[in-house]
Every structure is written in C-alpha cells, then in structure tokens.
Design a protein around this ligand. Structure first.
Ligand SMILES: *Cc1c(COP(=O)(O)O)cnc(C)c1O
Length: 376
C-alpha cells in the first residue's frame, strides 16, 4: 500500500509517536496496569470535551456511538427533529429511522448553516418532539453549524440534544458542559489525530435520567448505553466496559491527546484556522472559488468549486499519482462539482499545505491552464 499524504476529511495522517503505539505489544484490556492507562485516556478526553459527564470509549466507527445515542435515548415511534444541510445530516436521519424513530426533517440549503431560530420555531410548533440531533461540522460541504446557538434553543425547550461532533471536536471550540450537550460523539481519526477504530461519547445527567425512564423500551445490548453504564459501575475497578477494548487504539489516542493538551487547545484551534486560511488564499490566487463563504465556513475543511476549464477527478488523480497527496471529492449531488481538503491531523502543517498548493499549480500548468486570478 503506497504512503500518501492524507488531506481528506478523515481518516488523517498521525504523528509517528502516535502511530508507533499501534505496534506496541497488545495489552490485555483489564487489570491494574491497563486501568491506569484507560482512566488517564478518559480524563484527557474529558478535558478536550470540556465536560464532567460520563464518557465511554466504544469499539467501532463514529456511527457506533451515534447509533447508541439514538437507540438508548429514544423508544421506537418517538419523534426526533433532525435539521440538516448535507450528507451527514441525512445520515443521522437514516440512523434514527434504523431504530424505528419518527424523523421530523428540517432542511437547509447546502450552502447555508442550520438556523437556531428555525429550530426553535419548530420546537414551539411541534410539542411532542423527544430529541434533536444535529451535525456540528457538516463535512460534506465545510459548514460549521452554530452549535452553541442550537443547543441554547433545545435547552430552553427542555429537549435533549444529540451531537455528531465527529469532525469537529478537538479542532474548534466545543464546550459540552457549558453549551449543554447531552450526547456528544466524536472519533480519534479526525481532529484528534489518531488512527480509526474507536468511538467516543459523553452522556449528560439529563440524558441518563431519560434513558433510565425508558429502560424497558430501549434497543440492543452492545450499543445500549445502559449496558455500558452497568459495566462502568459493577466492574469499575478492573473492566469498566462490557466487551474487549481496542487497547492499541486507546494507547495511540492517549499519545495524541497528550500532544494536544501539552500544545493547548487554543493553540491547536489557531493552527487549524491558519491552515484553512493558507489553503483558501492559495486556491483563490489560482482562480478557485470557495463553496461556502462567510462566518459559517469551517476552519476544519476547505471545500472549493472546480474551475469550469478543468476536471476535479483529473486533478485529484494527478495529486495522488504525481504528488502522493489524497484529497476528497464531492458527495452525492456535489460529486464532480467540489473538492474538499481537510485541516485535521498532520494536514494542518504548512509543509502539507505548501505541497498541496504546489501540486495544484503544477496540475494547472501541465494542462496549459492559467494559474491566476480570473482564470477560466
Ligand atoms: C466522518 C464523519 C462521520 C462518519 O463517521 P464514521 O466513523 O465513519 O462512522 C460522521 N459524521 C461526520 C460529520 C463525519 O465527518
């Protein structure tokens, strides 16, 4: 397998010292020595989530913990409001339907952020909505939805909120306790800069109260948060989860979290924002237009429109084959129309961004296209 610079919106390239943990001898997932490492990882995560809520590390992709959120918090037939402005918002709806929930959709155009006042108006109109689920960073378009404002209206209405923070937590401010996020889900393999394989979830006291009140109607066993709570309590001292833990993934995540916390969250957020700025300036200078403009353009990802005189697929192939760089394309209705460059993991380093911009310039030149403003 060739070694590419990953500039896709996850999984991301990780530092060597993080990667080397994947090659350390496999630790058993219980016992004193392991428990120290596990608890330290959970504590580091709580600092990044900025929460004192319970927090679990579950084997599986981000979708596992999102599934667990829907299936544990809501009973079959209950209504969940899912505002959406893209692919991952629609994915949340598919998950909710998978648990037999009644999805109440609220659609926004792809180029627009989800509006908190619109969510509030809907909650006032339809009184029997049991939860709201929302994507923080809509990775299909590079929009950072205004989560603090959305959570403020769900909290005002007394409705719990499930947040897909898969592609935001660790790269932009997300204050789980201060904003009142009931279920917050992320993964190591995006802004937390570690390999994929585990899913991270925090659960508020309010969410626990609701989950307990529905215990006779909840779904499943492994992805049921009640199972996780039971083991976190009954087996707390040696094995606080129901199944085998992906121990090497936890080691790698801990190494990455230590780097992040030593560097400081604010420093990482600033580096991420700087990476986005460099990328956008470089692309704009070469005649590209951004897919989203304004305050909701996410610093975690640059989505740019293709120039009318070129093919995005061809450019992506060139970057991969000639420069060893992988970027993302458009999903669904945006296929062939936009390309996406992630600002997560090692891709936020100036070295990666310079290599990417040089690659794009090279591509345009070899195609005989003008790499300047107003070109095309
Ligand atoms: C990457 C991504 C996902 C997918 O997560 P999996 O780990 O593949 O389940 C979900 N939501 C958003 C916003 C993402 O960017």
């Amino acid at each position: 397998m060739a070694n590419y610079k990953l500039m896709i919106p996850g999984p991301v390239d990780v530092e060597d010292e993080v990667l080397s943990e994947m090659a350390s001898p496999v630790p058993a997932h219980y016992g004193d020595e392991w428990m120290k490492i596990y608890l330290e990882t959970v504590n580091c995560l709580k600092r990044v989530f900025q929460t004192e809520n319970d927090l679990f590390i579950m084997g599986g992709p981000g979708s596992a913990a999102l599934d667990a959120s829907f299936g544990s918090l809501l009973a079959t037939g209950e209504k969940v409001l899912i505002p959406s402005n893209g692919f991952f918002g629609r994915r949340l709806r598919a998950m909710a339907r998978g648990y037999g929930l009644k999805v109440v959709p609220l659609d926004f155009p792809l180029e627009q952020a989800i509006s908190a006042p619109a969510v509030e108006a809907h909650l006032q109109k339809e009184k029997d909505i049991q939860a709201v689920a929302v994507v923080h960073h809509e990775t299909s378009t590079g929009i950072l939805n205004p989560l603090s404002e959305i959570a403020a209206v769900t909290n005002k209405a007394g409705v719990p909120i499930i947040v897909d923070a898969v592609a935001s937590l660790g790269g932009v401010p997300l204050l789980v306790d201060e904003w009142g996020i009931d279920l917050c889900v992320t993964v190591p393999n995006k802004c937390l800069a570690a390999p994929p394989g585990i899913s991270l979830i925090s659960i508020s006291q309010r969410a626990w109260g609701i989950i307990e009140s529905k215990s006779d109607r909840s779904h499943g066993w492994y992805l049921n948060l009640q199972t996780w709570r039971q083991y976190a309590t009954e087996w707390a001292s040696w094995h606080p989860y129901p199944t085998t833990m992906a121990t090497n993934n936890v080691l790698a995540l801990l190494a990455s979290l230590k780097r992040l916390l030593t560097e400081g969250l604010e420093t990482r957020y600033a580096k991420t924002a700087k990476a986005a700025e460099m990328t956008r300036e470089g692309l704009t200078d070469m005649g590209f237009e951004m897919f989203v403009e304004g305050p909701h353009a996410s610093p975690l990802l640059t989505a740019a429109k293709g120039r009318p005189d070129m093919s995005i697929a061809e450019m992506a192939r060139f970057l991969r084959n000639e420069c060893g760089i992988m970027i993302g394309g458009g999903l669904d209705e945006l296929a062939g129309k936009i390309f996406r460059v992630g600002h997560m993991g090692r891709a936020i380093s100036p070295e990666y961004i310079e290599a990417f911009l040089a690659g794009v310039r090279d591509f345009l030149q070899r195609k005989g296209l003008e790499a300047g403003q107003g070109a095309g």
